[in-house]
Design a protein around this ligand. Structure first.
Ligand SMILES: Nc1ncnc2c1ncn2[C@@H]1O[C@H](COP(=O)(O)OP(=O)(O)O)[C@@H](O)[C@H]1O
Ligand SMILES: [Mg+2]
Length: 349
């Protein structure tokens, strides 16, 4: 549980300190008041990455050079400082060289309307979804992902260099193949564990008998080495590696039809919610504890029936940070402290 969060020069906040309750915590405010930024700060503190931005530079308050987040989670004090030149981590006041121990403390699942990109968007959204879960579940996932990305970057850099250097390409294949095979295996296993939870959650939220199925759509053939060799002419033409886990995807089927092109917007949203609830349930099952849920602008936009079904589907014991522009729906349903955000200041209601 995250009991306290402190921000400095983070997005629109110069300084902010919030204490959280164990279950629901509500953040209420008009657009642009900093609601999502508070959820983002919690995500950055626990996972060292943002749920909405692939880089951390935009999180630094305009006109400043660095931001800091700190807080107490499961009785440990975590601190992270970021500037374009360096990152500093401290765990229980001790500065850390590696993030390994620090990242053991908190787990996060984020639910937002932009999740519909998981269904509608390109494959990178679905890879990011898997990797966000995988890196939180297994230390080897993060190491493998990084090693593969490094191997891919070097190989692609070589493919872009002058013709004469291309003779060296063979030397760049073994690391790509080795880390690629490991990453594929980790992702396939993860998807296999997620799939039943996703299809249960989908049935609960949609209130229908439609079945959501998740299938691996690997970015390379089963024999990666052979596939790489086969793609050589194409990669020379495009000057980049064209097969491999960086092209992995997940096929989402609702009653055997592809969810992307065929589903209505409401159905797409249900699939996206089911995927996120499945993430939370994998944590509960495999780690015996629910993750921190960041629920951004979702409840207010659902009709009452679907809102109730979603509320029932969320892990009951999870701590939740919920944002909304209006809370007329909340009163009779859920208990928890409500904070109001106006112009970068936070008021308890
Ligand atoms: N790096 C930054 N420095 C200063 N202000 C920022 C920065 N990034 C975003 N903002 C501003 O912070 C405000 C709050 O954004 P956000 O948390 O997304 O609001 P909400 O979720 O309440 O709509 C916005 O007005 C945005 O323009
Ligand atoms: Mg927002």
């Amino acid at each position: 549980m995250l009991t306290e969060l402190q921000l400095r020069n983070f997005r629109c906040f110069e300084a902010l300190r919030v204490r959280f309750a164990p279950r629901y915590n509500f953040f209420l405010g008009q657009n642009g008041q900093g609601k999502t930024s508070i959820l983002e700060a919690a995500c950055v503190l626990l996972r060292l990455q943002s749920q909405r931005s692939s880089t951390l530079a935009p999180l630094v308050r305009l006109g400043e050079k660095s931001f800091g987040v700190a807080g107490r989670c499961h009785d440990h004090w975590l601190e992270f400082r970021y500037s374009s030149l360096r990152r500093k981590l401290a765990f229980d006041q001790v500065e850390q060289r590696s993030a390994a121990e620090y990242l053991q403390i908190g787990r996060v699942v984020s639910l937002a309307n932009s999740d519909s990109e998981l269904v509608r968007g390109g494959s990178e959204f679905r890879r990011r979804f898997l990797d966000f879960l995988g890196t939180q579940l297994e230390a080897s996932y993060r190491a493998t992902l990084r090693a593969y990305e490094r191997a891919l970057r070097s190989r692609n850099a070589l493919l872009k260099s002058p013709q004469s250097k291309l003779r060296e390409l063979a030397a760049y294949n073994p690391p790509l193949l080795e880390h690629g095979a490991k990453l594929s295996a980790l992702r396939a296993s993860l998807l296999h564990r997620l799939a039943p939870f996703a299809s249960d959650a989908h049935r609960e939220i949609s209130g229908s008998q439609e079945t959501l199925t998740l299938k691996c759509a690997p970015g390379n053939a089963a024999d990666f080495a052979e596939d790489l060799a086969r793609s050589h002419a194409q990669e020379l033409r495009l000057r980049q590696t064209v097969v491999g886990p960086h092209r992995d995807d997940i096929t989402l089927l609702v009653d055997d039809r592809a969810a992307g092109p065929f589903a209505s917007e409401g159905q797409q949203r249900t699939v996206a919610l089911a995927l996120k609830i499945a993430q939370a349930r994998v944590f509960e099952r495999e780690q015996g504890a629910a993750p921190l849920l960041l629920i951004d602008d979702i409840f207010g936009e659902l009709d009452p029936e679907r809102r109730n079904r979603l509320l029932r589907a969320l892990p009951a014991h999870a701590q939740k940070l919920v944002t909304a522009t209006s809370m007329t729906w909340q009163k009779e349903q859920i208990d928890g402290p409500t904070f109001e955000l106006v112009g970068g200041t936070l008021r308890a209601r």
